[in-house]
Write a protein that binds this ligand. Structure first.
Ligand code: DGT
Ligand code: CA
Ligand code: CA
Ligand code: ZN
Length: 571
């Protein structure tokens, strides 16, 4: 138990006593103990282990020394446990608000029975807090603001794409040290979840000191929340939390497996190990006290009788059973993608023109792309009417004439109107190679109406791909209410494809729904929906979602050759 942890327990003890209106001197004694422990340059834990007399530390008397010893040896204090049982857990959370503290928390609890942040927020909204003596409207508003900020910070998971912007440079920065032999970002980041709660960086290194030092002194670090010999947690200026773990090379694979998770997957693997009389933890696989594996992840899986499982599948949703039965999917890879089928240009709301988009796509090695600008209803985006779309088709013909090695397909991202009709007449859509149909308005229809609307759009045989099928914008806009199962079923009947939009804030469909497509035999299309040449690089984020949905190369439309693709587009 680190000094910081011991101190935290004493603070908690003091907090709980204070809420209970206990003797002021006792409260102060525990606060003092906490700050002495925090300020101690030596690890209290090893002093206890060495049998040193803690009362030799200034400010620690017999009583406190006994408590510290007990805490270090047993990991807890009976007194603390008792208090935890008496005080509603959430009260200590309330107490941490700058505006409250123990006394005011107690007052609010006694007068209004408020024991949680949600209740506090509601009471502030209803103006009940200002009525209490010593509070007033100003304090009430400050409380409401603080609660709002706090709950926002708690639910905000950052976008995978944003996390990459942070993780990439941070990894390179740490990797510059010669001591670092391996480095990997584990956790939900490695499993490629659409959002991540925090970053978990794992380093293999025999001497942890220099890495710890370099990590905690990174210029983006706003606060070092905890730091030990081999682990540290920091908060970056952006608010993102980063955990660092340093392990020996011999344990790297075991640690990588452990910190990649998911928790549910780990639990299932540990259970399998136990059945084989083995123990798996972040240091290795053990038979008795002997370590029999741990340097690589493959070794760890091998010891429990499994092949290596790709991180995107490690959610305990059948991957272990599939691995046992030698039925793991051969997941699609970014290099399997032959083209990007949802791109915008400066003819509507894109930043680059037709040629620039095509040339960048060619540079990336694509065989084909489809230009799919917006249709006229999206006036804000200068959406195309039939006349301008025909003009663009001519430009594409000219471009194709002068361009080698890539084929530019003519397409449109046509709006699905409220009644399910498409925003452009059939005759002009007939002249295109491909039509992406999307909902960009009336997000608040009932589930029944919204589903009906999209089904009607898919009835039109010109509809090839349903664009960003749930309409969600992560952290900004909920998915619209829609019966996606019915949509997928209808898509299977009609030969429609569904998009896996790779924009970082969309990732729509996400992995879970990608799995639904695969099961229904509906082809997915991973598209970047690029509005600028840089956006073509979002492809890997969408591919990762396909992989989370267990998709193989054959489950995607844009892994096909141009010939195959054209055949499939003729509905
Ligand atoms: P996040 O950060 O919320 O996006 O999700 P994760 O999966 O990155 O979770 P995190 O950062 O709390 O922990 C990283 C991994 O460490 C997690 O996926 C599995 C492992 N882990 C953490 N705590 C536990 C635990 O109590 N038991 C087990 N078996 N594994 C754990
Ligand atoms: Ca994490
Ligand atoms: Ca973490
Ligand atoms: Zn769109």
């Amino acid at each position: 138990m680190h000094n910081a942890e011991i101190a935290r327990r004493f603070h908690e003890l003091a907090d709980l006593l204070e809420i209970q209106d206990a003797n002021e001197f006792r409260v102060r004694a525990y606060r003092n103990a906490a700050s002495i422990v925090e300020g101690s340059s030596r690890p209290i834990e090893s002093m206890v282990a060495d049998g040193e007399d803690l009362t030799a530390i200034r400010g620690i008397g017999d009583d406190l020394a006994g408590k510290i010893e007990e805490l270090v040896k047993t990991g807890n204090l009976p007194q603390l446990q008792e208090l935890q049982g008496e005080v509603p857990e959430q009260l200590t959370e309330l107490m941490r608000l700058d505006q409250l503290g123990p006394k005011r928390t107690r007052a609010i609890y006694d007068a209004l029975g408020i024991g949680s942040l949600e209740e506090l927020e509601k009471a502030a909204e209803e103006g009940r807090i200002r009525e209490l003596s010593g509070f007033g409207p100003k304090t009430e508003r400050k409380i409401a603001d603080e609660v709002a900020r706090l709950s926002e910070r708690e639910d905000q998971r950052i976008l995978l794409g944003e996390a990459e912007q942070v993780a990439g440079p941070l990894v390179r920065y740490l990797d510059e040290l010669d001591e670092v032999s391996r480095i990997e970002v584990a956790g939900s980041y490695r499993r490629r979840r659409d959002t991540v709660g925090d970053l978990d960086i794992l380093v293999a290194c025999d001497d942890s000191g220099p890495v710890m030092e370099r990590f905690t002194s990174h210029p983006e670090v706003a606060e070092v929340a905890s730091q030990g010999k081999t682990r540290a947690t920091v908060h970056l200026k952006s608010g993102l939390q980063v955990d660092l773990r340093v392990v020996k090379t011999a344990s790297f694979g075991a640690a990588l497996h452990y910190f990649t998770g998911s928790k549910a997957h780990n639990v299932a693997i540990r259970k399998m190990a136990v059945e084989r009389k083995l123990k798996v933890n972040e240091y290795g696989v053990y038979r008795g006290r002997k370590r029999i594996a741990g340097e690589t992840e493959e070794e760890v899986f091998e010891q429990v009788g499994l092949p290596w499982i790709p991180p995107e599948l490690r959610e305990n949703r059948g991957e272990i059973e599939a691995a046992q039965g030698d039925r793991l999917p051969d997941l699609v890879q970014e290099k399997d993608i032959r083209g990007d089928l949802h791109l915008h240009t400066s003819a509507t709301d894109g930043r680059n023109d037709l040629r620039e988009m095509a040339e960048e796509a060619k540079r990336l090695g694509y065989e084909y792309i489809a230009i799919t600008d917006h249709s006229k209803r999206l006036a804000m985006a200068k959406g195309l009417d039939a006349r301008r779309l025909r003009q663009q088709m001519e430009e594409i013909d000219e471009l194709n004439d002068g361009l080698d090695g890539i084929r530019v397909l003519k397409g449109i991202e046509v709006d699905i109107l409220e009644d399910g009709r498409l925003d452009l007449p059939d005759d002009v859509l007939d002249e295109l190679d491909l039509t992406v149909c999307s909902v960009h308005s009336k997000f608040d229809l009932s589930r029944k109406k919204q589903t009906e609307r999209v089904l009607r759009a898919m009835d039109n045989p010109r509809c090839n791909i349903l664009g960003h099928p749930t309409g969600r914008l992560i952290n900004r806009r909920e998915a619209y209410r829609i019966d996606l199962e019915a949509i997928v079923e209808a898509a299977a009947e009609r030969g429609c494809c569904l998009e896996l939009n790779a924009q970082p804030s969309r990732l729509d469909l996400s992995g879970r729904y990608a799995g639904m497509l695969r099961d229904a035999g509906v082809p997915g299309v991973v598209s970047t929906d690029a509005h600028a040449v840089d956006h073509l690089n979002f492809m890997h984020l969408g591919v990762a979602q396909a992989r989370r949905g267990w998709m193989e190369k054959k489950h995607l439309l844009n892994t096909r050759t141009l010939k195959q693709l054209q055949k499939m587009l003729a509905r």
